[in-house]
Ligand binder design. Sequence first.
Ligand code: PMP
Length: 284
Amino acid sequence: MSRIVYVNGEYLPEEEAKVSVFDRGFLFADGVYEVTTVMGGKLVDFDGHAKRLWRSMGELEMTPPCTEEELLGIHRSLIEKNGFDEGLIYLQVTRGAADRDFAYPAEGTAPTLVLFHQEKQVADSPAAGKGMRIVSIPDERWGRRDIKTVQLLYPSMGKMAAKKAGADDAWMVEEGVVTEGTSNNAYIVKDGVIVTRQLGTEILHGITRAAVLRFAREAQMKVEERPFTIEEAQGADEAFITSASAFVMPVVEIDGAKLGGGTPGPVATRLREIYIDEMRKAAV
Ligand code: PMP
């Protein structure tokens, strides 16, 4: 069955939804995006994703295509029109279509807004019980990773490198320390202390990261926001990643070294449970 997707004010069957060949998202990766999870037909942390989207657009001097309230309405209509219960809603805003030129069009452009959903079992994910195997790769992305742009070729290459190595994902390393995963934030746990890289332009400010660290602190867990090396991670008691679509996902192996006997650790497992419980309650 074909999905109903949203494109520039219209809800259309996916086969009929089109954007221009001159769209700057297509020509220059001049676009930003968000992925919001849906559980029980409701949106998880919509407010956090909307705030980050507006920040991304602001950093790139992009005109917002609508208000935050209108965007919430579009998400809800998409859920309703598709009878959608659990999975993800992907949204992309680009600067819009203009004759090809590196400089932004002086007269401005009407932004392009596209949304579609993907059904996925997020809460009862089989991967959560197994844990992920990670390989490390150099971080070769541009310098403004705090802006959530659609330039995702390097993360795609990283995921392919992980797949070829028989692993599930890659953590990226710069100046000897881990920045983040290809599409997630990275954490280790040692002697009960959760360690994750501090915020800056080197990583995406994960919406799930912010919520999970808040829940961890509320549960009296110790959190240190600082860089760590792959060697330190290999010697940790456990490790995990966070993202909107994976929630909290345990990591059981890093560059061939098994952590905690190769099974998901108690801190990651507990944080996953807390996150899912709290987010189910707060979903809109
Ligand atoms: N880092 C990167 C590079 C990502 O692509 C993502 C997911 N989009 C994250 C971190 C996690 O962010 P969030 O929790 O907001 O999904």
